[in-house]
Write a protein that binds this ligand. Structure first.
Ligand code: SF4
Ligand code: SF4
Length: 268
């Protein structure tokens, strides 16, 4: 079994030092990441195939990579400057918009970097989000791999009312994952359940994301993805912003910032 610390050190260094982790004005996009590990044979991955979780189109680790031993997940928290830029009401801040798209390009390069590191360590590896068989249908809210669910499996956090994954560094950020034939020890999940870190589900003491949402997409039953999607794709001010900078779609993110789970687990 391999030690996880060398991979974490390599990831930390990459995120800290790559200029691609910056907006054109030099502002840092992501702070130090979190990393977690799950056994590829963990039964939780089969749970994800249930229709009430992700569904039958979900592809298991060993289907992406025969002989898979470990699934690696990481969380990239947005920097304070990126988060605070979007604290107000609509519209979405320009920095948040750029951070979503430029940040995800950097996230792709992180996946490639970690693929190289795992190969240097003697393993094979796949990053499902970069794989030719990866499938994400944003109109029907379906995909054959879910970074947030993998992060839950790898012990990085639990889900919130807004359906983000609340980690010890909050939920405002991006996730990524890889599958490898190398054998790393699994991170122990806390055992408190899928909504453990969200106080709405423990004592109803928080519903801040409901108030922050400009579209009414977040209700006590959770997030209505269709309402959220419709808001970000048709709302005039968001379309103007998207067209101004030439992105495929716009983003909002108000439910992820200026809320108690923005950059920490509420109450800790
Ligand atoms: S804002 Fe509050 S209720 Fe909403 S996900 Fe975060 S902790 Fe849960
Ligand atoms: S991204 Fe915006 S519209 Fe969608 S749920 Fe969050 S706050 Fe609401």
């Amino acid at each position: 079994m391999l030690d996880t610390s060398s991979l974490k050190t390599a990831l930390d260094y990459y995120v800290d030092n790559e200029y691609a982790n910056r907006l054109p004005d030099g502002m840092k996009i992501f702070e130090q990441p979190l990393i977690g590990f799950a056994a590829a044979e963990d039964p939780i991955f089969k749970e994800f195939k249930k229709e009430e979780v992700i569904g039958s189109l979900y592809v298991l680790p060993e289907e992406w990579l025969p002989e898979a031993k470990t699934v690696i997940s990481y969380f990239l928290p947005f920097s304070e400057n990126i988060r605070s830029s979007n604290y107000g009401g609509p519209p979405t801040s320009v920095k948040w918009l750029h951070a979503r798209f430029i940040g995800e390009e950097f996230n792709k390069s992180i996946r490639k970097f970690l693929l190289g590191e795992l190969e240097k360590m003697g393993g094979k590896a796949v990053a499902p989000a970069l794989h030719e068989n990866y499938f994400a249908d944003y109109d029907n809210f379906s995909s054959n791999w879910s970074e947030r669910h993998v992060a839950y499996a790898a012990g990085l956090g639990s889900f919130g009312l807004n359906r983000g994954l609340i980690t010890e560094k909050g939920l405002a950020g991006r996730f990524g994952s890889l599958i490898t034939t190398l054998y790393f020890p699994a991170t122990i999940r806390s055992g408190g359940g899928v909504f453990e870190n969200c106080p709405y589900f423990t004592d109803e003491s928080c519903s801040a994301c409901v108030k922050r949402c400009p579209s009414g997409a977040i209700k006590k039953e959770g997030k209505d993805k269709a309402v959220c999607n419709n808001y970000t794709r048709v709302e005039d001010h968001l379309q103007e912003l998207r067209l101004q900078f030439g992105y495929d779609h716009s983003v909002c993110g108000k439910c992820q910032i200026n809320v108690p789970c923005e950059n920490t687990i509420p109450g800790r």
